[in-house]
Write a protein that binds this ligand. Structure first.
Ligand code: SF4
Ligand code: SF4
Length: 153
């Protein structure tokens, strides 16, 4: 069953990427699958609709559960990042306060790889933030604020 759910997640991602203007070739490269598979996805072939429904339910879970479950299913961090970024409907603004001590814990814990250390302070790329709050909950100085600025649900 997990394989079918992964196919459902890939289907949702492929549809969204095409909607965002990517060609089938670019979608195939992004998801690291061959073009005929993408073509099948876009035509709804070889997919069970229950898998797509389950995948849709996963994308609508809280951001942390969506991220962790997708990573557990795929066991591939890069594809997880792309799928979560593509299928997330919300947008987030991440703020790092001056109390940051540049310990790097948030850098290590962010599965979306949205955080870097710069000039002895964490900097978060909000475009890649999925709102999971893992960084915020692990920051020893409570220096991270994650705000939802758009909710597409
Ligand atoms: S975990 Fe907190 S204190 Fe450490 S680098 Fe990140 S924001 Fe700064
Ligand atoms: S909330 Fe924090 S850990 Fe989660 S994606 Fe955003 S920056 Fe990364």
């Amino acid at each position: 069953m997990p394989r079918h759910i992964v196919s459902g997640l890939k289907y949702l991602t492929a549809v969204e990427l095409v909607r965002n203007g990517l060609s089938q070739k670019e979608v195939a490269e992004t998801l690291d699958v061959d073009r005929s598979t993408i073509s099948h996805y876009l035509n709804g072939r070889n997919l069970s609709w229950s898998s797509i429904e389950i995948a849709e339910t996963i994308t609508q879970m809280c951001p942390k559960d969506f991220l962790l479950l997708t990573y557990a299913l795929l066991d591939d961090l890069e594809k997880t990042r792309i799928m979560v970024k593509t299928c997330s409907k919300s947008k987030w603004d991440a703020i790092v306060k001056d109390s940051c001590i540049a310990c790097g814990i948030c850098v290590d814990t962010c599965l979306m790889k949205a955080i870097v250390l710069e000039n002895l302070k964490a900097r978060i790329d909000s475009d890649w933030c999925c709102g999971c709050l893992i960084c915020r909950d692990n920051c020893p100085t409570n220096s991270i604020e994650i705000l939802e600025v758009e909710n597409g649900y």
